[in-house]
Design a binder for this molecule. Structure first.
Ligand SMILES: *Cc1c(COP(=O)(O)O)cnc(C)c1O
Length: 431
């Protein structure tokens, strides 16, 4: 399953995305550009679906919300997990069947719920009593019953980065575990609500099975208690969170890697034991390895004994290294022969935190060379900004020998058009 690979031509290695040379993509679309492999998305979706068996796989749009990515997975039958009205608009524009859309998130507004009710989405994962009451009112006003799963907080530590842990009692997510039964009973009585079941999502980039297992067991116990109390629990949403190896020898590798087959077997066992319909919400696992960020070296400079490679991407394009201290593999598109030496890869932004990689052994790099940041398909472009008035990276999708621009780079006119001067500033400046 290698979608990005080196090919040899006349003794020179060159990195390809499927059948397209990355140098060709740089020529056509410029840099920095995210490059996604359509085959990678499709194969990952199929492998995941096969591993988990009979389940509704709702790709988590927040990992990568590009319409072409949603459409690529939607064409394979994927549903979509959304966390905002904007993501709902994207899922609908990508032609995802509303019944396959799940709305998660701790801060859904009334306007967003109304938008989802009007679209007729398949499930609301409700995170508080107040949210439940508002949803019930809005649905009843429309003569509808909103299909609801209560998102419970199982108080399980996902053993992942603190900022992407969501299932501990101290995290803001979900309904307190010991309140869930009472709220379920109340919800089942509400006019505008049709209770479907329970949901969890304990965090992202999990690299061990044990936290999943612990959370699924707790969810199962609650499910059985509710059923014993006479409630219908027909659906269980087991969330996302499956991690990916960011590098063979990167820091993540030491934790061991979570095996898709083991995860799938756990999901299938949970389904069998609890006899419920299963929904899953993978984001990172689906899209992360299917994308890379292609960037060009602006110049190389030495400060003391540090060699800095300054590239045309920055933390505004890929925030993960600055935000989480995340490690991404870096590869030259056309490696020069000779010794690999340690360099720091840095962006042009005026922040010392704008460092993409430190002390990486790479073959010599010169101004104009192309390099890639691997595994950037998830939580990459979606977190981009125009900090320093930089135009965020373009996005390109490849399929076989085809490539297409799926989100063009903004130009300066588009950037300037976003700001509006108040009328009192329109006169001439002092001489
Ligand atoms: C972010 C999120 C996901 C996806 O998480 P990944 O780690 O990308 O798989 C799934 N469900 C919910 C509720 C989320 O907030």
């Amino acid at each position: 399953m290698e979608y990005f690979h080196y090919r040899d031509s006349a003794g020179q290695q060159e990195l390809f995305a499927e059948d397209v040379a990355l140098s060709r993509i740089a020529e056509r679309f410029g840099t920095p550009s995210y490059v996604y492999s359509s085959a990678a998305l499709v194969r990952r979706y199929r492998a995941f679906s096969e591993a988990v068996g009979d389940a509704l796989v709702c790709y988590s749009a927040k990992a990568n919300d590009n319409l072409a990515v949603l459409r690529c997975l939607g064409l394979e039958g994927a549903g979509v997990d959304i966390v905002s009205g904007g993501e709902l608009a994207r899922a609908l524009a990508a032609d995802i069947a509303p019944a396959k859309i799940v709305f998660a998130g701790v801060g859904k507004t009334g306007a967003e719920m109304a938008q989802a009710l009007d679209a007729g989405i398949g499930q609301y994962n409700v995170e508080s009593e107040q949210e439940l009451e508002l949803l019930a009112t809005l649905a009843a006003d429309r003569g509808l019953r909103a299909p609801v799963a209560l998102r419970v907080n199982p108080d399980v530590d996902a053993k992942t980065h603190d900022k992407i842990s969501t299932g501990r009692a101290k995290d803001k997510f979900g309904i307190e575990f010991n309140q869930a039964e009472a709220l379920y009973a109340r919800a089942a009585q509400m006019d505008g609500i049709a209770m479907r079941g329970l949901a969890i999502h304990i965090g992202s980039q999990l690299t061990a099975l044990a936290p999943f297992e612990a959370a699924f067991v707790r969810l199962g116990e609650l499910c059985l208690r509710l059923r014993a109390g006479g409630h219908t629990v027909s659906h269980l949403d087991l969330g996302g969170g499956l991690g990916i190896p960011y590098a063979e020898d990167g820091p993540d590798a030491e934790d061991g890697q979570l095996n898709l087959a083991d995860y799938g077997a756990l999901v299938q066992r949970t389904k069998r034991d609890l006899e419920a319909g299963i929904t899953l919400e993978p984001g990172r696992w689906m899209a992360g390895p299917a994308g890379l960020l292609l960037t060009q070296v602006i110049r190389v400079k030495r400060n003391g004994n540090k060699q800095f490679v300054i590239v045309d991407m920055a933390m505004n394009d890929l925030l993960r290294p600055a935000l989480y201290g995340a490690w991404h593999d870096i590869q030259p598109v056309a490696p020069r022969p000779g010794e690999a030496l340690p360099v720091d890869i840095v962006g042009p932004i005026c922040e010392s935190g704008d460092v993409i990689a430190t002390d990486r052994a790479l073959p010599e790099l010169r101004a104009g060379d192309l390099i890639v940041v691997r595994d950037a398909g998830a939580y990459g472009a979606v977190m981009s900004s125009s900090y320093n008035s930089r135009m965020p990276a373009a996005e390109v999708m490849v399929r076989d020998a085809d490539s297409a621009l799926i989100r063009p780079r903004l130009d300066y006119d588009a950037m300037l058009a976003r700001d509006v001067l108040p009328d009192w500033q329109t006169g001439p400046a002092k001489a």
